[in-house]
Design a protein around this ligand. Structure first.
Ligand SMILES: Cc1cc2nc3c(=O)[nH]c(=O)nc-3n(C[C@H](O)[C@H](O)[C@H](O)COP(=O)(O)OP(=O)(O)OC[C@H]3O[C@@H](n4cnc5c(N)ncnc54)[C@H](O)[C@@H]3O)c2cc1C
Ligand SMILES: *[C@@H]1O[C@H](CO)[C@@H](O)[C@H](O)[C@H]1NC(C)=O
Length: 464
């Protein structure tokens, strides 16, 4: 097949690697100029986070590409984190940090630079004879019946006025062009697509924490630091050099208020996030960084179906956008590639099912989108878990109880929701199902223990 992939983000680049390893002829088109030269500023302009956490799902997809050394090379450039470290102020006004391990058996998430991940994937495909990569080419039209896409020179301001068009034919067009996908836009002219998009009242921006004067990290390097405070939250992810890349999450109104006044951000941090000023950042640094970074808004999007016959399909953020609170957006996008290529594209293009012709991509869309939709909901729910204080919640108690069950009764297959999402490759719909079952059992157990406590109290009362 000739596979044309639109978008050289990490998901598009991995898809190109999979397709090339399968022996297809691959062309990868990217709107931006050679993205490998991308710097921090460029990423910020695009409203992209610089660093992200990867978990088993993402690594499994990289491993399955058939490139043996790829995972090891990536692992060498990551920072493992084994717990969420929650920083709070106690009722007495003292500062307190609580570690919440991601699993009872010491599994870790890995912090990786998004650019690094994309670049290493691009380097891999540059070395393959059956892949061509085109930078500065923007998809502006797609004829999905005649299987032709039109790319324009993205460096020309008025693309429609110029004559720098290129018509490209394909057998399969893969849209990996991110949350504002052009492929998705054209796909929607060929069939009725349901797009459910929600803009959240939640914005974010990025900060950096430098090393201490002696070059050492100022806080633990093996945890992901969280300062929760109701509807606002500050996150710090460790870097290999002992610096931290941080995100502030807050409602749009809060950002507006903070931006309107030069020093408001300092008071805001003093009040809400204990221990940051002046230990981790000086007031001057904080103010300077805040007023030179861009505010981005979070949104989530569910799309279904995500294909047109067997000629076009969406993957990654083009097919699903979720809030970052479970750290699964990219992991899910990379998993799309694995599922698409390993479970679907390896079959014959169309198959007969009870006398009806079913396209492979129809089956993929029907199989994958319910899973992705579950993850999108979980990501939003996790926001509530992260930004509220850890110990006071029932959820925390449930998690402790479940971890005990997982450790003591491994054969019962008990695992926390978090464990299944981050440290397995089970389908998200299956995870939801199992979690609902566990909830029922826990409620029942709780009922039984309450009943037996009442019984005990009654028998004690009778004796005395
Ligand atoms: C604050 C924040 C934190 C996050 N943290 C995590 C995390 O910890 N873990 C995690 O797994 N995920 C995380 N995510 C999500 C993750 O960033 C995305 O899921 C991921 O970047 C999606 O990759 P992609 O390749 O699908 O799309 P993108 O990275 O958006 O790439 C799309 C590419 O397509 C190109 N393109 C666009 N339009 C066209 C066109 N018309 N023609 C040609 N090319 C085009 C773009 O230039 C771009 O290079 C986070 C997101 C945010 C906002
Ligand atoms: C995160 O991004 C910063 C800035 O680009 C970089 O210096 C750092 O090494 C990255 N962290 C990881 C874990 O790759």
């Amino acid at each position: 097949m000739k596979i044309v992939i639109c978008g050289a983000g990490p998901v598009g680049a991995l898809a190109a690697l999979y397709a090339a390893k399968k022996g297809h002829t691959v062309e990868l088109y990217e709107m931006r100029a050679d993205v490998r030269a991308d710097d921090k500023e460029a990423a910020q302009q695009l409203g992209k986070s610089i660093n992200i956490t990867m978990s088993d799902r993402g690594f499994e997809a990289l491993k399955d590409s058939g490139d043996e050394q790829l995972v090891q090379e990536i692992l060498n450039h990551t920072v493992p984190v084994q717990a969420r470290e929650v920083h709070e102020r106690t009722a007495l006004g003292t500062e307190k940090a609580t570690k919440v391990p991601y699993s009872i058996d010491g599994r870790v998430l890995r912090v990786v630079s998004r650019e690094f991940l994309r670049n290493i994937l691009l380097d891999r495909i540059f070395n393959l004879p059956n892949v061509k990569v085109f930078f500065g080419r923007k998809l502006i039209h797609a004829d999905l019946d005649n299987k032709k896409a039109v790319f324009a020179d993205a460096s020309i301001e008025d693309t429609y006025g110029g004559s720098n068009f290129e018509r490209v034919s394909f057998d399969l067009l893969i849209g990996a062009d991110g949350a504002h996908s052009a492929v998705r836009h054209h796909l929607a002219r060929y069939r009725n697509i349901n797009i459910d998009q929600r803009w959240l009242d939640n914005c974010w921006c990025e900060f950096q924490i430098a090393q201490a004067d002696d070059g050492r990290p100022k806080i633990n390097l093996d945890t992901l630091h969280v300062w929760p405070n109701n509807d606002i939250m500050f996150l710090a992810l460790p870097n290999p050099d002992g610096t931290f890349t941080c995100n502030l999450f807050a409602p749009a109104e809060t950002f507006k208020m903070l931006r309107s006044n030069q020093t408001a951000i300092a008071d805001f941090f003093e009040r809400n996030f204990p221990g940051i000023l002046p230990n981790l950042m000086t007031t001057e640094e904080l103010i300077k960084q805040f007023h030179s970074t861009k505010t981005s808004i979070l949104h989530e999007m569910r799309v279904t179906p995500i294909n047109y016959k067997d000629s076009c399909v969406l993957i990654g953020d083009a097919a699903h956008t979720m809030v970052p609170f479970y750290g699964q957006g990219l992991n899910t996008g990379l998993e799309d590639v694995r599922v698409l290529f390993r479970a679907f594209l390896s079959q014959a293009p169309t198959k007969e099912l009870s006398g009806k012709q079913i396209s492979i991509l129809d089956s993929y869309s029907e199989y994958r989108q319910p899973d992705v939709s579950v993850m999108t909901s979980l990501a939003l729910k996790n926001y509530n878990e992260m930004r509220l204080s850890q110990r006071s919640t029932l959820k925390y108690m449930r998690r402790k109880l479940e971890e005990t069950l997982q450790a003591r009764l491994p054969s019962a297959g008990w695992a926390t929701l978090y464990f299944r999402v981050a440290f397995s490759t089970e389908r998200f719909t299956m995870i939801e199902h199992k979690n609902n079952q566990q909830t029922k059992i826990l409620k029942w157990l709780l009922g039984v223990s309450t009943a037996s406590l009442c019984g005990l109290a009654a028998s004690v009362a009778l004796k005395f």
